[in-house]
Design a protein around this ligand. Structure first.
Ligand code: ATP
Ligand code: MG
Length: 340
């Protein structure tokens, strides 16, 4: 049957010999559209004027018509972009405090944006304690790498339609990672710049806790569209939240804040799904947001399943029945409709 899944399967038989893998694994196929009129996609190549492009395009057409018969195949050859030149928005998910749920929010927000038909990337900027590989059950993935102009270029790992990269794909994360400051920022720069990100609507960046080197590098050297600040409702968390918010608002940086996400805002027992226990006070998130003069984007309940899903590698926002999914869809929609 002619559909996107089957076309993708068939394209896995098209090998790009210089890199020794198929064009799907190499992320060379983008914007694939399949309908009754035929198949169309962009073929992302290293150099637009390479004669090998035509050979590859013809091979893809032959392979597709071989399986699907006399179908229209329209392939547009586009030159690849490493770095972030074709990334429309960069969102930093940050907090001054550790363990408040930055990674959980970043992963689920990426999933919610992808569900809204956006092209999404996710960078784990937590060089010291990467968590994206585990949250997406991708610990065993190793991004493909190749040499271009004397430099190693990485191909992001793709899961649930999200292109992701983390230092955790390259190192053994059982041991704590110890980096000197300049090494950490250089690792972040490599993840950002030396990667085939291609065209993306959103790049979600999962930040490490605090306001250190990594945060400054990201804020100063990249065109961050806006920040999402994560907090928990305890009053003691506010000082840290304020510090993170101030960093983005600082005059030299002037990065706008999309708003605040209050994680672990209330507790709902699984046998009483209609009950909401606001253990730390119902209005705390709203008060924090008001004090920062930013919108409260959403309240995420404490759910055992979030922790479980983080550990078993399927972000909870993939589960259509979960109230958490609704909360993240709302957050994604606020971000999509914001004017920055
Ligand atoms: N709403 C929630 N309900 C239940 N557990 C949660 C929730 N949000 C996060 N957790 C759990 O809390 C722990 C910390 O979350 P997470 O790793 O997302 O925080 P973080 O801010 O990224 O931490 P770090 O500062 O170490 O990077 C994880 O085990 C996660 O599964
Ligand atoms: Mg984290």
């Amino acid at each position: 049957m002619l559909n996107k899944e089957n076309v993708t399967e068939v394209l896995k038989d098209v090998i790009y010999f210089p890199k020794g893998d198929n064009i799907i694994a190499l992320n060379m196929v983008e914007n694939l559209m399949v309908n009754e009129n035929g198949i169309r996609f962009d073929l992302i190549v290293e150099k637009a004027d390479d004669p090998k492009n035509e050979i590859l395009t013809n091979a893809a057409k032959r392979t597709l018509t071989g399986v699907f018969g006399d179908v229209e195949v329209d392939i547009k050859v586009k030159e690849e972009t490493t770095a972030l030149s074709k990334v429309k928005h960069i969102i930093a998910v940050a907090s001054g405090k550790g363990g408040v749920g930055k990674s959980t929010v970043a992963a689920n927000l990426a999933v919610a944006l992808a569900r809204a038909n956006q092209r999404v990337g996710l960078i784990d900027a937590d060089i010291y304690g990467p968590s994206v590989p585990m949250m997406f059950g991708a610990e065993d993935e190793r991004p493909a790498c190749f040499e271009k102009d004397g430099k190693t270029v990485m191909v992001p790992v793709e899961k649930y339609g999200i292109k992701m990269l983390s230092i955790g794909f390259f190192v053994d994360t059982d041991r704590p990672l110890i980096w000197r400051g300049p090494m950490a920022t250089s690792a972040l720069n490599q993840l950002m710049n030396d990667t085939l990100w291609g065209e993306l609507d959103w790049m979600v960046v999962d930040m490490p806790p605090g306001t250190g080197d990594i945060q400054l590098t990201l804020a100063q050297q990249y065109n961050v569209t806006g920040a999402v600040i994560v907090t928990t409702p305890q009053k003691v968390a506010f000082a840290d939240v304020l510090r993170a918010a101030m960093m983005f608002k600082e005059e030299a940086l002037q990065i706008p804040i999309y708003g605040l996400v209050e994680n672990m805002a209330y507790f709902t027992p699984s046998d009483m799904p209609e009950k909401k226990y606001y253990i730390f006070g119902k209005e705390t998130g709203k008060q924090f947001a008001d004090q920062l003069n930013v919108p409260l984007l959403g309240q995420i309940p404490i759910v055992e399943k979030i922790a479980e899903s983080g550990d078993n590698g399927t972000p909870l926002a993939l589960d259509a029945d979960s109230p958490v999914t609704k909360a993240f869809d709302q957050i994604a929609n606020s971000i999509l409709s914001s004017d920055f």
